[in-house]
Design a protein around this ligand. Sequence first.
Ligand SMILES: Cc1cc2nc3c(=O)[nH]c(=O)nc-3n(C[C@H](O)[C@H](O)[C@H](O)COP(=O)(O)OP(=O)(O)OC[C@H]3O[C@@H](n4cnc5c(N)ncnc54)[C@H](O)[C@@H]3O)c2cc1C
Length: 472
Amino acid sequence: MSTATTIAPTLDATAIAEFAGTMRGAVIQPDDPPYDEARSVRNGLIDRHPALIANCTGVADVVAAVNFAREHDLLLSVRGGGHNVSGAATNDDGLVIDLSAMRGVRIDPAARTVRVQGGATWGDVDRETQLFGLATPGGVVSTTGVGGLTLHGGWGWLRRAYGYCVDNLVSVDVVTADGQVRTASETENQDLFWAIRGAGSNFGVVTSFEFRLHPVGPLVALAAPFYALEDAERVLPAWRDFMSTAPDEVSSNALFWSIPAAEGFPAELHGRAVLILATVYAGNAAEGERVVQPIREMAAPLLDLSGTMPYATLQGAFDPFFPKGWLYYWKSLYLDRLDDKAMNAIIGYAADRPSPDALMGLWHLGGGAAGRVAAEATAFGSREAPYLLSFDTTWTNPTDTERNIAWTRAAWTDMRRFGSGGLYLNFAGFGEEKEHLVRAGYGANYDRLVELKTRYDPGNLFRMNQNIRPRA
Ligand SMILES: Cc1cc2nc3c(=O)[nH]c(=O)nc-3n(C[C@H](O)[C@H](O)[C@H](O)COP(=O)(O)OP(=O)(O)OC[C@H]3O[C@@H](n4cnc5c(N)ncnc54)[C@H](O)[C@@H]3O)c2cc1C
């Protein structure tokens, strides 16, 4: 799916050679052998051809690339982990600032903080922090980039215990549209720091993140019963009621899926539609097993993968199911209730998914550390919604593309009757709703974000994202 969003820039060979001379990393062009790998992103639907890919090795390279893009009026993408399904990390005919060589991670065990370069993945972070028995909240798939995931909120298995990624940010180093390197924190460039915690990709290239760490693991308890979808009418309300009083250590997702034909799953169950209650206890593992036990007893599971496991293993457990090159269209909405009508609608859509690989995830968000952060404290906005429903529609055959996207959009549109319009911008599909979508995502914080965008990026250099447009 190629979307030309700009006219091919007029770049002559001399300008490119001069730019390459200012870079330590490679400047990759279409005829260079690494080009095809470098231009590809996670989502196999995205097939874009940038004019140049700047493989940055450090902050100085990022500054050179930002200045070059601005001076030559190039469409600019920033590539972190390359996971965003919309393909924002790449473009047609523009410049890509590729951060994939900037993946360093350094722990300060005494201060309980970690510094992470802008192109690192969550696997990079968890591997290093777990050496010290520490972790910071990240996503649930280890290959996802810290950059994109954090800059629009970021949540995973530690969300109720320790909040979202943005809640754990201590500071960032960011190269803004004017090519300046700025540090933003609670004490320095506070406005920018506020904006970055939820709308970050609009404000510059974050070259390093500093996060707070918490004691987690090395072992954690996971409950993962796979119930037959036929039992969902009984299991889903029981899960809702359990989570309404669960302690903050517990974060849980109700996942509607089909058991994959993969190693580790009994052959006789392959393809069975299931409701998985994936539930993690971020505290003492033995205590956790006891606390999450009721999750395993809500009906007779077809399969139960519950147990204790190293936190770093848990963080990679879902990786095999989202490989590079598969086809993804993911969209989400907040639900403000999970009453019988909402549950029936969800179960109905779960039975009607357009592909066995299509996952529907009901993220329990209520309360916990994340829920205690005020809407105006960070750009991320309101934390009031108790659930997020995500349609993680995934398929492999390109001839099924139209059907999968149409189904997802129809289901998403219909389910909006159970929410008040908000959505999570990390799962926003291809952003077809443009400004309307971004406004809905930020709610009351939107106007302040427009002011800050106008101040820091008046020319909208950083626009390959859920874009906040500066005032004209
Ligand atoms: C398999 C999979 C699992 C996921 N799991 C979760 C999850 O558990 N929790 C969750 O909250 N979300 C999750 N997501 C959604 C994810 O947060 C978004 O797709 C996110 O945008 C991915 O970030 P990235 O750096 O990998 O992506 P990219 O496509 O590289 O970047 C996404 C956006 O962020 C910008 N960006 C990236 N890095 C930087 C940087 N350093 N500075 C400035 N801008 C930057 C890019 O320009 C782009 O606009 C998942 C997505 C996938 C595909």
